[in-house]
Design a protein around this ligand. Structure first.
Ligand code: ADP
Length: 196
């Protein structure tokens, strides 16, 4: 298997790029944000609980997210690999992911991190909020809260993968095609070096 993490702050383009990359490389897209929004749309107990956190720009508790990923794995066996988008977002989630992958006798091949300035991120998110219908993209306060949470809880995940020598920064500004080309170049290199 070849498993990849697309890392980066809210609005950095993970979702847009993931859609293209999973098609190109035949990977399964695992976006915890999308899974949570499906739970909310279906009005499940998990969705109702998660909505309280999401609407305040906070992270959904680790055990909820990890449980959701575990059950996603149960539904997707014998696949080429996964592209993780918006997960892991805490060091505890990264450690849990390593354990779940070890049970499948695989690991993370590479973490590609999209780097975008904060002002550009805010502009993108406010723009997305006009059409996405996402309650967490409408308010600048909630967006700012998500950045604070990202700095405090999610950026340590970058150090976790730097220590494991799996982390690669990618310039995340420019056209969607340019960024996609930079990602593909990094993925092709990681695939050439990966043995599983
Ligand atoms: P973005 O990266 O634009 O913030 P996502 O769709 O990845 O969008 O996530 C939206 C919200 O869902 C997050 O702000 C958070 O509340 C929740 N969420 C998504 N993934 C996770 C996760 N791995 N751990 C905790 N909360 C999550």
């Amino acid at each position: 298997m070849f498993n990849l993490i697309l890392f980066g702050p809210p609005g950095s383009g993970k979702g847009t790029q993931s859609d293209r990359l999973v098609e190109k490389y035949g990977l399964i897209h695992l976006s915890t944000g999308n899974l949570l929004r499906e739970e909310i749309a279906n009005k499940t107990p998990l969705g109702k609980e998660a909505k309280k956190f999401i609407d305040h720009g906070q992270l959904v508790p680790d055990e909820v997210v990890i449980g959701m990923v575990d059950s996603f794995f149960d539904r997707h066996k014998n696949v080429n690999g996964f592209l993780f988008d918006g997960f892991p977002r805490t060091v505890a989630q990264a450690q849990a992911l390593d354990k779940l992958l070890a049970l499948k006798k695989t690991d993370i091949a590479s973490v590609l991190a999209l780097e975008v300035t904060e002002q550009e991120l805010i502009n993108r998110l406010l723009n997305r909020g006009k059409t996405s219908g996402r309650s967490d993209d409408n308010s600048e306060d909630v967006i700012r809260k998500r950045f604070i949470v990202y700095t405090n809880e999610t950026s340590p995940v970058a150090d976790y993968y730097k220590k494991a020598r799996k982390f690669k920064a990618i310039h995340g500004e420019g056209s969607v095609d340019e960024i996609n080309a930079a990602l593909r170049q990094a993925i092709d290199k990681a695939m050439a070096n990966h043995k599983d």
